[in-house]
Each structure stands twice: as structure tokens, then as C-alpha cells.
Design a protein around this ligand. Structure first.
Ligand code: NAD
Length: 430
């Protein structure tokens, strides 16, 4: 397979051209012909015009790429090595929603032929590729696994908004259904991943590796969030404590914050689901999820207490929330926990203005029913919820100008703690 791809006798296809799929498709397309397939015609149209709908790549990134963008599943027949990178969200009960993944398996299954390879990149629980995906591929294709087609799994580690850790610069874990498949899959990825590949011993190991990377982060951030709740009661600043503790060589660098988005706050639920199916009820992972999911409400309640403490009428209080995306310097608002802060404040009848230099107002309205606005003045409190680069250099004067006298500054990520005179505000951070 690898030699034929390299010599351009065989083609690669990428199914699902989002944050993960598009960069992969374009990187391969710099070397070999690629079919880029997505179910959303409007996204395909944008990509044909060298526009990344996820706003991560520029039109230059499309230059020189030998790629055919399509929303016609039949075009997948022209390819032989298929990479699946569709979303793997959770439902309202925090359980895996495999609908997009199984639907992609159906599409791929209907269009593969004997000898083809299918490699999954979507984040899943260990066992999902073999137990859930392969049966659909077999059923739809009428082919028999592993004699007629091969399967692999290679998790994605890219980090939206991060220009340093990219597909080519991060070591990529690869796995295959047998030794020959692993070798071919590893060599195909080695064509584009300059940092090299790690050959995992099985598909399940590769699936598990990905899911624990994000679970580890989630649990560690939850610990920092819990510490922050404790330190707030002690009137000490968590970031100052972490700065001091961080001088020890083996102290791990994690910080408190709102854990949103579609990876860290979602993936642990995939592992929890599988563990439960096997009769084990995870305690630490679930506790971490609980703590992180409650931080939005916690931040809002801390602010409400402080507004009441200033003897202000909570129903006429005006609060500005700066930043609504799930993390800094991206436009992605999916599963943003800032929305929990906003909704909790609104539940106290507080008048909340929301601004963000990246988020698209129409998406925020559509997703959360929140109208974004411009920065006004006379705020009783300002919550800097996301550390966008545009906010890092804001100074004391800026906040003073838009506040109603000595107001409350909620600096969620602690970015101003060494930059402003905290005595001029009722300052609070996680
Ligand atoms: N975004 C990240 O930073 C990141 C990092 C690591 C892993 N992942 C994982 O990668 C996977 C993809 O995530 P993403 O962020 O790229 O998602 P995304 O929402 O940005 O993109 C998914 C794309 O797949 C398309 N799609 C949906 N169903 C489809 C189907 N049945 N057939 C073809 N196309 C379909 C959508 O139209 C969309 O363009 C997920 O499992 C995610 O957990 C994401």
C-alpha cells in the first residue's frame, strides 16, 4: 500500500474536513493526490475557494495541494487509503454519541473495495474501532475483515490555535490490525509527520493512549480548580501558590480554569462509559469532571456574593464578560463554560454584556441565545473569562474607565495579578 501511495498509483481520502481532517488532507496533498470529503456542501464550497471554515489555516496553506474537495461519497471510490476524522461528541447524558462516526463508517463501507485501508483519527474509547466501526464497514461493503480490507487507528494531537504543535511537529501514534497494516500505516504517516511516528502495539492501545492524554489533563486541572476553591476561602491567591510550588523540580504545571471545548471536557466521558460497561465505576475521573463542570457556576456565585457585599442591588447590577470562546485566541465556542458563568449571572437578574474579539456573534446567538455587544461603561463588575492575546495588555486605566467607581475585577486566569494595582479594584481570580 505505502509504495503505491508514494508512487501515486493509489490515493488517500480524508473523511470529515474540520479542525483535524483539513490540515491532514492538505499536508498529504503536498505529497500525493488526496480526495477530501465532507458531508456539508457549504464547507466543501469554502474549501474549494481556499477558505478554511474552521479559521485555523490561511489560503496559502491550500497552495500546491493536489486535492479534490467533494461532498459526493462516490468520489471515495477513487481512493484506497481512507482517513476518518469526524466528530465524536457526547449526548445530553454525557454519553458517547457515535452517530457521526458510524454514519462515516457507512459512507466509507459503501465505497471501499478489496485491499483498501481505513484509518480512524476520531477520539474514541478503547475497543470502539474494532467493536463498533469494523462491523459497519463489513456490513456496508460486503467485504470480510481482515482478509479483504485493513484497519488502523491514529489519534490526533493537534491543539487549535497552537501554531507550534502542528501535525508535522508532533510525534504521531499509529496502530494497525496486523503487522503489515501497521507498517504501511506508519510509513504513510511518516511521509508528512516530520517528528516521526510511535508504533503502538494494537489499535486498542492507541485508542487508550489518546483518551488518557486528555483525561490526565482534565483530572489535573480539576485538582487545581479544587485547590482554588480552598485557597479562595483562605484568602490566598492560587496562582501565587502555584508559582511558589512550581519552583520544585517535579511539581506539575497545571492551572485552574474553565474546561470547555470538544476534547478535554468530553473525552473522559468516553472512558467512563467504557469502564462502566466493563463493571467499573471511575471515581477520580468522574470527580474531576464534576469539579470542572461546576466551575462556571462557582465563578458566577463568587461574583454575586461580592456584588451583594458592596451593598449593590443585584437586579440592577451591570457586568461585562470579556471572552466567550472555549479557550484563548480561537473562534470556537463549542461547549464553552463561559456560558455557564453568563447564565448563572443572568439567573440572578444581572444585566450581562458579552464581548469577544474572536467569537462570531451569529454563532453565539444561534448556539446559546446570547446577544453579543460592544464594550460600554458603568460596569459594576468585569469578568475577564478568556485570556485572549488582545486582553493581555489591558491596563488599570482601561478597566477604571469602564467601571462604575471602584468595581469588581474577576480575573479568571490571573493574567492581571502582577500588572495592576489590585487595591484599586475589588480583585478576585481563581
Ligand atoms: N479539534 C481538535 O483539536 C482535536 C484534537 C484531537 C482530536 N480531535 C478529535 O478529532 C475528531 C474530529 O474533530 P474536529 O475538531 O476536527 O471536528 P470538526 O467538527 O471540526 O470537524 C468535523 C468535520 O466532519 C464533518 N462530518 C461530520 N459527519 C460526517 C460524516 N458522516 N461524513 C463526513 N464528514 C462528516 C463535519 O461537517 C466537519 O466538517 C473528533 O473525534 C475529535 O475529538 C480533535
Amino acid at each position: 500500500m505505502f509504495n503505491q501511495i508514494k508512487s501515486k498509483e493509489k490515493k488517500i481520502s480524508v473523511i470529515g474536513l474540520g479542525y483535524v481532517g483539513l490540515p491532514i488532507a492538505l499536508e498529504f496533498a503536498k505529497n500525493v493526490p488526496v480526495i477530501g470529503f465532507d458531508i456539508k456542501p457549504e464547507r466543501v464550497e469554502m474549501m474549494k475557494n481556499k477558505i478554511d471554515p474552521s479559521q485555523e489555516l490561511s489560503s496559502e496553506d491550500f497552495e500546491g495541494a493536489d486535492i479534490e474537495f467533494t461532498d459526493n461519497p462516490q468520489d471515495l471510490k477513487k481512493a484506497d487509503f481512507h482517513i476518518v476524522a469526524v466528530p465524536t461528541p457526547i449526548n445530553e447524558h454525557n454519553q458517547p454519541d457515535l452517530t457521526p462516526l458510524l454514519s462515516a463508517c457507512k459512507t466509507v463501507g459503501q465505497n471501499i473495495k478489496k485491499g483498501d485501508y481505513v484509518v480512524f483519527e476520531s477520539t474514541v474509547y478503547p475497543g470502539c474501532t474494532e467493536e463498533d466501526c469494523i462491523p459497519v464497514l463489513e456490513k456496508e461493503s460486503g467485504l470480510k475483515f481482515p482478509d479483504d480490507f485493513k484497519v488502523g487507528y491514529s489519534p490526533e494531537r493537534i491543539n487549535p490555535g497552537d501554531k507550534e504543535h502542528t501535525l508535522t511537529t508532533i510525534v504521531k501514534v499509529v496502530s494497525g490490525c496486523d503487522a503489515e497494516a501497521l507498517d504501511n500505516i506508519a510509513k504513510v504517516y511518516e511521509m508528512v509527520v516530520e517528528a516521526g511516528v510511535h508504533r503502538a502495539s494494537s489499535i486498542k492501545v492507541a485508542e487508550a493512549a489518546k483518551i488518557i492524554e486528555n483525561t490526565q489533563r482534565d483530572v489535573n486541572i480539576a485538582l487545581m480548580n479544587e485547590l482554588s476553591i480552598i485557597f479562595s476561602r483562605m484568602n490566598i491567591n492560587t496562582y501565587e501558590v502555584l508559582e511558589a510550588a512550581g519552583t520544585k523540580w517535579n511539581f506539575l504545571r497545571f492551572y485552574p480554569g474553565l474546561v470547555g471545548g470538544h476534547c478535554i471536557g468530553v473525552d473522559p466521558y468516553y472512558l467512563v462509559y467504557k469502564a462502566r460497561e466493563l463493571g467499573y465505576h471511575p471515581q477520580i475521573i468522574n470527580s474531576g469532571r464534576f469539579v470542572n463542570d461546576s466551575m462556571g457556576g462557582y465563578i458566577a456565585k463568587q461574583l454575586v456574593k461580592r456584588i451583594i457585599g458592596l451593598q449593590k442591588d443585584i437586579r440592577t447590577a451591570k457586568v461585562l464578560v470579556m471572552g466567550v470562546t472555549f479557550k484563548e485566541n480561537v473562534s470556537d465556542i463549542r461547549n464553552s463554560k463561559v456560558v455557564d458563568v453568563i447564565n448563572e449571572l443572568k439567573s440572578y437578574y444581572i444585566d450581562v454584556d458579552v464581548v469577544d474579539p474572536y467569537a462570531k456573534p451569529e454563532e453565539v446567538k444561534h448556539e446559546y441565545g446570547i446577544d453579543m455587544t460592544d464594550v460600554k461603561d458603568n460596569y459594576d463588575a468585569i469578568v475577564v473569562a478568556v485570556n485572549h492575546k488582545e486582553y493581555l495588555d489591558l491596563n488599570e486605566e482601561y478597566f477604571k474607565q469602564i467601571m462604575n467607581g471602584k468595581g469588581i475585577l474577576v480575573d479568571v486566569k490571573g493574567i492581571y495579578r502582577n500588572k495592576i494595582n489590585k487595591d484599586n479594584f475589588y480583585y478576585w481570580s481563581l
